[in-house]
Ligand binder design. Structure first.
Ligand SMILES: *[C@@H]1O[C@H](CO)[C@@H](O)[C@H](O)[C@H]1NC(C)=O
Ligand SMILES: *[C@@H]1O[C@H](CO)[C@@H](O)[C@H](O)[C@H]1NC(C)=O
Length: 282
């Protein structure tokens, strides 16, 4: 979400213009420029030295130690992106998330014991089902059911996981993470996602996913990895980030069941088709 206000811009331009007009006349009185607006403009990445996270693109084998080492806004990132056998384990701060298939994927979790997602969203680290990716490993038994769905636009997983399996406090009802964030540095900052299962990959090569969206907490999780080749509509839109998996990633995941299937694409988030008619609620 961006909040730079067009009204503010118009007001600022108008102020500059009238100032110029007055000083252009020879015997103009000295005037005091209007005070700066007191409403702080929210800062976003995108200027020189502050790249927008979702525009940083790397081959998996070419990742730098940190993709977001910049000391700007909320930066630099907390962890790192070169993850391998030497970084595997309970204290790994790897922020490269692999999303291959129903038995080999990672989720973002807390680097601190009993973290609250709202407090750690900028620094979450990868927790994976397998010890293959230089990350923390989700303790066996933590995931009690999931539905993995591959479509022509994205791969989605929805499931049940004990909060503790991701380092989260048992009371945490959860939150949303994506590579944008209010300042476009992403949550987590410097978090990058790769898969060998999307249509952008040849089936073997870990290929970067630029657009993704996930919720963790409340003993549930969901993650949607959108294909780079499908830019419109945006199935990974994160407009409704307060309403969780049930609204954003409808599924038939059941606790106690593990399923994997091909599926049709859903409507974009916030739109539902009822008897062929599109509708939106909220
Ligand atoms: C493994 O990861 C560490 C920490 O990110 C990095 O310093 C090291 O160069 C990596 N090793 C290899 C062989 O890539
Ligand atoms: C791709 O992902 C599958 C499923 O996780 C895995 O079995 C396979 O080893 C991966 N292939 C490569 C080359 O990484």
């Amino acid at each position: 979400m961006l909040s730079s206000s067009p009204l503010f811009l118009v007001a600022a331009l108008a102020a500059v213009q009238s100032f110029t007009l007055v000083t252009a006349s020879a015997d103009a009185p000295t005037i005091t420029p209007a005070p700066s607006p007191t409403v702080a403009k929210r800062q976003v990445a995108g200027g020189s030295g502050t790249p927008i996270l979702s525009t940083l693109k790397y081959a998996y084998t070419d990742l730098p130690y940190q993709v977001y080492p910049y000391q700007v806004l909320r930066g630099p990132q907390f962890g790192f992106n070169q993850c391998n056998a030497t970084t595997l384990g309970d204290s790994s701060n790897c922020q490269t998330l692999v999303f291959n298939g129903p038995d080999d994927f990672c989720l973002w979790g807390s680097p601190d014991a009993s973290g609250l997602i709202g407090n750690v969203e900028a620094k979450v680290v990868a927790y994976c089902t397998k010890p293959y990716h230089g990350t923390r490993v989700i303790p066996p038994g933590s995931i009690s059911g999931l539905q993995w769905t591959k479509t022509s636009g994205y791969i989605q997983v929805v499931g049940y996981i004990k909060n503790a399996g991701l380092g989260l406090d048992p009371s945490d009802q959860g939150g949303e993470l994506d590579p944008h964030g209010a300042d476009l540095q992403g949550n987590p900052l410097g978090g990058v996602v790769y898969s060998n299962g999307t249509t952008d990959s040849d089936g073997h090569t870990l290929t970067q996913i630029y657009n993704w969206n996930t919720f963790v907490g409340g003993n549930k999780f969901c993650f949607k990895a959108c294909y780079n080749s499908v830019s419109s509509p945006d199935y990974c839109e994160n407009r409704y980030d307060l309403v969780g998996c049930d609204y954003n990633m409808p599924s038939s995941a059941q606790d106690g069941q593990f399923t994997s299937c091909d599926g049709d694409v859903q409507d974009v988030v916030g739109v539902y088709s009822v008897n062929g008619q599109s509708t939106s609620s909220l």
